[in-house]
Design a protein around this ligand. Sequence first.
Ligand code: ADP
Ligand code: MG
Length: 476
Amino acid sequence: MTDLWNEALQGLQPRLGQETYDLWLRPLTVAAVEGQTIRLRAPSLFMKEWFENHYMEAVLDEIEARTDSRYVLDLEVDPNANELQSGHTADRSAATADRGAQTNADSRTPSTPSTFATPAPPTAHIEVRKVAPPPVGLSERYRFDSFISGASNELAASAARAAADQPGTRFNPLLIYGGVGLGKTHLLHAVGHSLYESDPTRRITYLSAERFMNEFISAVRYNQFDQFRRKYREDCDVLLIDDIQFIAGRDRTMDEFFHVFNALYEAGKQIMVTSDRTPSDMQSMEDRITSRLNWGLVADIKSPDLETRVAILRQKAENDRIAIADDVCVYLAGQVQSNVRELEGALVRVATFADLKGVPITTGFIREVIGETTKERRRTPVTVEAVQKAVASHFSVRIADLKGPRRHKGISRPRMIAMFLARELTGSSFPEIGLRFGGKDHSTVINACKRITALSDEDPELRSAVNQLREHLSSL
Ligand code: ADP
Ligand code: MG
């Protein structure tokens, strides 16, 4: 019988995702089976209720699909568990007073089920239903206090702080847009942490637009639309969606997002999204969505200036215990200007090499490490035209099509690959590559690069095509 339970859970796992499975299903144990009733033990009342409200139906369906009969799941809280929320008193003032302790205990370990079984401090009296689960998916590193403000990101950072201080008011919705690696995701997570910490009863939902789409599709497919709707329209006080531009052109997902937006907005819930472009530049995004995204505040992030880059490097060096002198920091910040992610990457690379060689980080050493890649590039000057030619011949498409507007997959895939390789191999900027592909916007190129990076992870055929082309082009 326990086997049936395990099998059912295994069957559900791909649909629910590893995280949900580990967090909410795996901690349950089978206590007994009596006829058609399976008695389960949950480590806490909170987990019992969460399971009942969110996953019970799916598990029952799964069991039914396997046995052809309808079981009943009867959950009890494990009597041996030390409940964090054992006191059931609904004393609001005590709840408020205890929030500090609660926050520290929970938010530091967002997806660890054992959090809920942590022994309670003797004074903790928090009403169970009021405390929301810690937001899932937020990186511990991305907080306001680790975000360095400068002229390039000041507006975005203060808007994010304001939204975190007064959610659901003037800064609702908040849209932060800007190029790759400039701190959009960082701010989104920071808002999530801050809102949860200032009030752990807030139900905070954070996810990428891509994940939103996938969940929506599987909800429709597996007849779990009610659950989806509840999760996003009702059981949510703050919705944080990363890279919203992803849903542009995906009609049903846009439609669903529109309804989610309306439901939350009308209920005064805070919505924050990031994007790599302004709402008006989101081609094929429905007007009714872009107009709503413009209702609140739209703030941009630009590439950081030298001072900000230096400050970011200093912070990173300190966190990672990298010894680097101030003037060397300034030199490195001068070398890598495009975005923060590359800047941090360069520091880590230099530090790793220095460590391996057992030498200190000096400007000369940086020149050696970073200069080498530049030299290598010079030896093999790949042009955008050469990339286009190679890609066109590999996929048997015309160069004119790569530069043209057609969106057919047979054309758009090779086009994205060509843009991706052009970026990687020629050192040309995004706008420059856009120009050479028939005058496309730089954001199209950015998007193509992101797509190919993501697709390479999932699609071995695509990965091998990209590798072959890269090798071929580098050997020219
Ligand atoms: P985006 O979402 O805009 O592509 P991210 O938020 O992922 O960029 O940022 C890339 C990296 O740069 C992250 O490690 C982030 O912490 C760091 N970063 C970006 N801007 C800042 C900043 N102003 N201060 C500190 N770190 C930053
Ligand atoms: Mg991001």
